[in-house]
Design a protein around this ligand. Structure first.
Ligand SMILES: Cc1ncc(COP(=O)(O)O)c(C=O)c1O
Ligand SMILES: [Zn+2]
Length: 402
């Protein structure tokens, strides 16, 4: 795959510019994670004049006009796939929301929506001539990124994970891909990863603050909006750092600008009771999380969303909930188990507890009449369970046994 730094051929105007979401600072395309003026998250604003969906079975090629990728040559189009988005009438009826739609991201090659971010992150790295990087995650993002790296002989990566999350990583290590297990939680693994990157002069991939991740995840939603007969009044996703939610907001804004959506949906975010700092702060009307909100060693069935320290990204989630008329809610472990069973029995969908959190939350919102039966609701089922019951302890084994 050719590696070209597009800044060397600067005669053509860039397809996008980077903007700070907090202060409006802007620049030409570069691989920068945070605003130099205020440390806010940066976001690419793409020139959507004449943007169209192309006829391609590959998501990144179909939506290339909506991506901060200058040429299809930077893409390995076999990283992610288009996924089904369909009505879920049986489940919808059971939870009192008959106009329920599900987007099934568990069909992605590594089993989660994170294949979408892997595809665009690697394309953006190639675009900037980056061929080695350092990353960390609770498991799904690193698993997806590692597979994408393995497919490109010119790319290398170093992954870090907390000891409790080793079983959530399905990474084939070798000459170009390593996995370092850190004695600590996800936040501590991230810290170790960043220090390793700085010490070795390597690129820190950035997690939530890597705008390329959010752009990849955005395609889930563009596909879903296209597939739906009626456009959604409410969109629901489980959140950890909240990249997926940033992606929905971006996709909605772009589709409103292109006239492909006529009104913005309410955005509902879901955590689980054992690790719900953002939901707690939202319900108390707080603008920020503090040290007291940090959960040192989070546990819970929805393992993909076990981020105990949400301080860096909560303000963005709070804004998304407030702007869209949405909310950040939490569900119990029992509700997760029930929702997962309902998905399986009523719709034949075998997804992970993080995905099922959406249904648990909707059931509560519908029962409280905060979402009424006339509403069109879209849930993102972000993935399936990839690890074995024995990795995850007796709670999961019990939950998956039935
Ligand atoms: C299956 C699944 N669902 C949801 C999420 C939520 O992630 P985020 O809020 O960081 O986008 C993750 C993150 O790892 C995940 O793996
Ligand atoms: Zn700024």
């Amino acid at each position: 795959m050719p590696v070209v730094n597009h800044r060397e051929k600067a005669e053509v105007p860039p397809k996008y510019r980077l903007f700070c979401l907090d202060c409006g600072w802007e620049s030409d395309p570069e691989f920068r994670l945070r605003c130099p003026r205020c440390s806010g998250a940066l976001d690419p604003r793409i020139n959507l004049e004449n943007a169209t969906e192309r006829d391609s079975g590959r998501p990144e090629l179909a939506y290339l006009d909506f991506l901060p990728v200058e040429s299809e040559h930077f893409l390995d189009a076999d990283i992610s796939v288009r996924t089904p988005c369909r009505p879920a009438p049986h489940l919808g009826a059971a939870i009192g929301l008959p106009r329920l739609w599900v987007k099934d991201e568990s069909q992605q090659p590594t089993g989660t929506t994170k294949d979408r971010l892997a595809s665009v992150v690697l394309a953006v790295f190639r675009q900037f001539g980056i061929n080695e990087f350092v990353a960390s995650s609770t498991g799904n993002s690193s698993t997806a990124l590692a597979r994408a790296v393995q497919r490109d002989p010119s790319m290398g990566a170093h992954f870090f994970c907390g000891r409790d999350f080793t079983g959530d990583h399905d990474i084939e290590t070798g000459d170009r891909v390593s996995l370092t297990v850190v004695d600590g939680n996800y936040a501590q693994a991230t810290q170790a990863a960043q220090e390793f990157a700085a010490r070795n002069g390597l690129v820190w991939e950035g997690g939530f603050f890597n705008w390329a991740r959010r752009e990849g995840l955005k395609l889930t939603y563009l596909e879903a909006f296209e597939a739906m007969d009626d456009k959604p009044d409410v969109v629901v996703q489980a959140i950890s750092s909240g990249m997926g939610m940033m992606a929905v907001r971006k996709g909605v804004a772009e589709y409103l600008a292109c006239g492909r959506l006529t009104s913005p949906p309410r955005l509902l975010m879901v955590q689980q009771d054992t690790c719900a700092p953002m939901a707690a702060a939202w319900s108390e009307g707080r603008a920020e999380l503090t040290e007291d909100d940090v959960i040192e060693r989070p546990t819970g069935l929805a393992r993909a969303i076990l981020l105990g320290d949400g301080r860096a990204t909560y303000p963005y989630m709070r804004d998304i909930a407030a702007e869209s008329g949405g909310a950040i809610v939490s569900v119990s472990q029992d509700e997760l188990v029930q929702a997962r069973t309902m998905l399986r029995e009523l719709e034949g969908l075998d997804v992970c507890h993080s995905s099922a959190a959406t249904i648990a939350a909707l059931r509560n919102e519908a029962a409280a009449r905060r979402i009424t039966p006339d509403k069109v609701v879209l849930v993102n089922l972000t993935g399936r369970e990839r690890y074995t019951a024995s990795d995850a302890g007796p709670a999961l084994a019990a939950a998956t046994a039935g």
